[in-house]
Write a protein that binds this ligand. Structure first.
Ligand SMILES: NC(=O)c1ccc[n+]([C@@H]2O[C@H](COP(=O)([O-])OP(=O)(O)OC[C@H]3O[C@@H](n4cnc5c(N)ncnc54)[C@H](OP(=O)(O)O)[C@@H]3O)[C@@H](O)[C@H]2O)c1
Length: 251
């Protein structure tokens, strides 16, 4: 199936780098008008320039309500609607046992990874999708399915995002479909510490498909979930995209 998004407007948070940029590029190639947003205007501008004429940008912090409103309103004014929202931006300010986390970093992780996807979905629903329908794709993580010695705080937010996806899908149907993607290790800046050096090949070897993920792997799944033709009867689901890591034989 040749998946097309012609005539659609997509808003991608964290669209300036890594997985978000990969998704923005794939959406633009499929014919959508894409609004890229992230904190740094220069990075957004560079990404939009690289992607081409149907990529646009407006900077904003996903955790700030006033930024969310401004980015969404600017998208509506400039592009005439929002048919697809990708809640992709996330943070991971703490590595260590969850029992020891300080409350400011716990709160920052919750605010960025969980509250922001809810807030952006609320605003996009109220201002664009309630009447016209649409598709929302949340970027979770395989971390949302298991425990970790050091990434527990981040993983709690990603597990909650999987449940938020189900909850909002139940509430927003039939007009709006809400799905998530749970990637394994993808070669981006965010996860550099996990794949640079010896770690990367070791993890890749543990995956049945014997390689780490690339942003393009996630982007292809996002196009699928955003497209009504391809996934018009799928909602509330989380697509695990991890080279088989979660079903591999125990190491
Ligand atoms: N890489 C992996 O292995 C992996 C695995 C599973 C899940 N994920 C998830 O995939 C998503 C994307 O990760 P990535 O690996 O592509 O990360 P990345 O390469 O570090 O890119 C993160 C993007 O988010 C933006 N961003 C960060 N904080 C933001 C904020 N508070 N407000 C607005 N934008 C913000 C960054 O731009 P600015 O700096 O300009 O804001 C950048 O565009 C995240 O949800 C992550 O949890 C990643």
């Amino acid at each position: 199936m040749d998946l097309r998004l012609d005539g659609k407007v997509a808003l991608v948070t964290g669209g300036s780098r890594g997985i978000g940029k990969g998704i923005a590029k794939a959406f633009a190639e499929a014919g959508a008008e894409v609004m890229i947003t992230s904190r740094k205007a220069e990075s957004c501008e560079a990404a939009a320039k690289e992607i081409g004429p149907n990529a646009h940008f407006v900077p904003g912090h996903v955790g700030k309500a006033e930024d969310a409103e401004r980015v969404i309103d600017t998208t509506l004014e400039q592009l005439g609607g929002i048919d697809i929202l990708v809640n992709n931006a996330a943070t991971n300010p703490y590595a260590g046992p969850t029992i020891d986390v300080d409350l400011p970093r716990w709160q920052k992780t919750i605010d960025t990874n969980l509250t922001a996807p809810l807030l952006w979905t609320q605003l996009v629903w109220q201002r664009a999708m309630k009447d016209r329908g649409g598709a929302i794709v949340n970027i979770s993580s395989v971390g949302g399915f298991h425990t970790s010695p050091i990434l527990g705080v981040y993983d709690v937010t990603k597990a909650a995002l999987i449940h938020l996806t189900k909850q909002l899908a139940a509430e927003l149907g039939p007009g709006v479909r809400v799905n998530a993607i749970a990637p394994g290790l993808i070669k981006t800046d965010f996860a550099r510490a996990l794949w640079e050096g010896e770690g990367g090949p070791r993890v890749a070897k543990s995956y049945p498909l014997k390689r780490l993920g690339e942003p393009e792997d996630v982007a292809a799944a996002a196009v699928y979930l955003a497209s009504d033709e391809a996934s018009g009867w799928i909602t509330g689901q989380t697509l695990v995209l991890d080279g088989g890591g979660t079903i591999a034989f125990p190491r």
